[in-house]
Design a protein around this ligand. Structure first.
Ligand code: FAD
Length: 509
């Protein structure tokens, strides 16, 4: 019997480790709520995780099996469950953050040290190209994306892994009876438990209420969770928006990106399956089989599909950066001669978080984050630049807020995005290229539609006035949009301050 430990791979299909377990079979699947992980989580992600696990549990139940759901330190719970089941082996897919690797090492030691040692095996599942497999000619992992991308794009990719059949799985009654006779505490078996979070527990199919994990229901409206929902997002995107991605991806009002980030982050869809869908789209683009697709005049569908694949490569690029530089979760990747003198600005930080900076595109983004636990990529870049350059607030403050609020938070991508904006990361924005939030708003949301959606105070205001907000005098502002705040800083002045701070960090003052 194989124990398969689900982590950031909340699905049955295209799951490399699970398919390997099923090849040996039969499999008992399990998931462990780990306090060390929950400590860094936010309410939207915990809600999304519970809902994704609920969908996973149904997928197992449809196959006559069930999901073992536990709470506690995996280094103690996993050996206990494996021992109770009499499992020959524990199998899981690798994680690439420092936290994940340290925990996995502890679990491996605990399995080796168990009274009767239990075998374990890991697989690479979250990526098409495993971290470390693409290196520079000097054998180093890449720190420049363009070169990484070229090699990544030329590599062969695996086909989606097979989905386990009912015969590959241990049936629910057998799981329950084995666990009941094998574990020291009781094995609960209810639908949702408010008691779940207290102490170590092992259950067959009991999901915790969110409050039991110490979180309140999030205010944000989240997308539907689970593999079916992810697959329908993928299919919808690959039928239309993928062919206009290059032209539309930077326009937040169009919402023309895939919205797959939470699925790729929680692993409710497999990356091989997602990539195969893009390859099918590429074949359609090459054969000009796009009569039913509404394409902008200037669209180049092949180039659009490739541009989308490039974003999938960014994800793997950042994953390998994190794998080989685990302290970049809190330390700058790029070192300057002197420390960057970040400003302590609690009021500015609070206004940024509330979406009340008086810079419309920044405020729209921060309010989208609050409403949907999501923000469009272009706007993430703008708000991150505003915080780290205009306010000169440490990127770690912004990262912590995103980590708490984003449903799609992914350590590698979030750190990568923040360090890029702060000019401290791999391949980062040069410190002297500072986004002007007004011209960014004008270029990427010319009709102020995105702004109007999230900033009701500016609804109905002439877009030209929205984009000139920083230049209007107080009387005019009161006349145009009395409820909307004046800019909290002057961008031109703050730009100079930021340049001076970075030049000082470079030892140039
Ligand atoms: C400051 C900042 C913070 C970010 N934090 C996160 C985060 O926590 N989690 C996250 O998944 N992405 C993050 N991103 C990257 C990007 O903004 C999101 O992946 C994207 O907006 C998600 O929407 P989508 O799925 O529609 O993207 P699409 O444009 O459809 O892209 C498809 C997928 O490619 C990957 N991707 C796209 N852009 C990037 C990128 N720049 N870097 C790495 N991977 C990318 C994502 O997995 C995404 O789902 C961040 C970017 C910035 C600037």
């Amino acid at each position: 019997m194989e124990l398969f430990w689900h982590r950031r791979d909340v699905r049955l299909s295209d799951n490399v480790g699970l398919a390997a377990a099923a090849d040996r079979g039969p499999v008992v699947p399990c998931f462990v709520f780990d306090d060390d992980v929950l400590e860094h989580a936010g309410a939207p992600r915990v809600r999304y995780l519970i809902d994704s696990l609920s969908a996973l549990r149904e997928d197992y139940r449809d196959r006559g099996s069930d999901l073992v759901i536990a709470h506690g330190d995996p280094a103690s719970v996993i050996p206990e469950v494996a021992d109770a089941l009499g499992a020959d082996r524990v199998i899981w897919n690798e994680g690439y953050s420092g936290l994940s690797r340290e925990r996995d090492a502890r679990v491996e030691t605990a399995l080796d040290d168990a009274e009767v040692a239990i075998d374990h095996e890991t697989h690479h599942d979250a990526v098409l190209q495993k971290p470390g497999s693409i290196r520079t000619n000097d054998g180093e992992p890449y720190s420049v994306f363009t070169y990484y991308w070229r090699k990544w794009h030329d590599r062969a990719v695996d086909s989606p892994a097979r989905t386990p059949e009912p015969d590959d799985l241990v049936d629910a009654d057998r799981i329950r009876s084995r666990l009941e006779s094998g574990v020291s505490g009781s094995v609960t078996d209810s639908v949702e438990s408010a008691e779940f979070g207290t102490g170590e527990s092992i259950t067959v199919g009991t999901l915790p209420a969110i409050s039991a994990l110490g979180f309140e229901e999030p205010d944000a409206e989240l997308p539907p969770a689970g593999t079916e929902a992810a697959r329908s997002r993928l299919e919808g995107f690959c039928e239309g928006d993928v062919f206009r991605y290059e032209e539309k991806r930077d326009l937040p009002a169009e919402a023309a990106t895939s919205k797959l980030s939470q699925d790729l982050s929680f692993g409710t869809i497999g990356i091989r399956e997602a990539y195969a869908a893009t390859e099918d789209a590429m074949a359609r683009a090459r054969e000009s089989d796009l009569d039913e697709v509404d394409l902008p005049a200037e669209a180049d569908p092949e180039s659009s599909v490739e541009e989308f694949q490039r974003q999938l490569a960014w994800r793997e690029f950042y994953m390998q950066v994190l794998r080989y530089n685990p302290d970049t979760v809190s330390a700058n990747y790029k070192t300057y001669e002197n420390p960057i003198e970040w400003r302590d600005d609690p009021e500015g930080l609070a206004a940024w978080k509330r979406g009340e900076t008086g810079y419309p595109i920044v405020d729209a983004g921060m309010r989208q984050l609050r409403a949907e636990a999501y923000m469009h990529n272009r706007v993430r870049m703008i708000v991150a630049s505003f915080l780290t350059k205009d306010l000169l607030v440490d990127w770690r403050e912004g990262y912590a807020h995103f980590r708490e609020r984003l449903c799609d938070h992914d350590t590698a991508n979030d750190v990568g995005g923040w360090q890029w904006a702060a000019s401290t990361g791999t391949d980062a924005q040069p410190y002297f290229r500072i986004f002007n939030p007004m011209t960014q708003g004008e270029r990427y949301d010319p009709d102020a539609e995105y702004i109007a959606e999230y900033v009701p105070e500016l609804r109905g205001v002439d877009p030209d006035l929205v984009h000139e907000w920083h230049e209007l005098d107080d009387d005019r502002r009161r006349e145009v949009a009395p409820e909307y705040p004046a800019p909290i800083v002057d961008h031109s002045e703050r730009r100079e301050t930021a340049l001076a701070a970075f030049e000082a960090a470079r030892g140039e003052d």
